[in-house]
Design a binder for this molecule. Structure first.
Ligand code: SF4
Ligand code: SF4
Length: 64
């Protein structure tokens, strides 16, 4: 399961420099991770200054 960048992203671009898979790109509003290429290595999580990158497991399943 790929990591995900949340809306708190300030588009600093730091994560793109550290991602070994180069799978983070500048999206229209925030940076986005390509889920097909992300290996869940966690490198981006450690460098993000606003802690807005989470593993998919950290996102709560919407209640229905
Ligand atoms: S978890 Fe690793 S592979 Fe996935 S986006 Fe972050 S740095 Fe890239
Ligand atoms: S390091 Fe964090 S704030 Fe900076 S572009 Fe990446 S996700 Fe956004």
């Amino acid at each position: 399961m790929a990591h995900v960048i949340e809306e708190e992203c300030v588009s600093c671009g730091l994560c793109t420099e550290f991602c070994p898979e180069s799978c983070i790109t500048d999206g229209e509003e925030l940076f986005v991770i390509d889920p097909e290429r992300c290996t869940d290595c966690g490198e981006c999580v450690t460098v993000c200054p606003v802690d807005c990158i989470v593993g998919t497991a950290a996102i709560p399943v919407p209640a229905r």
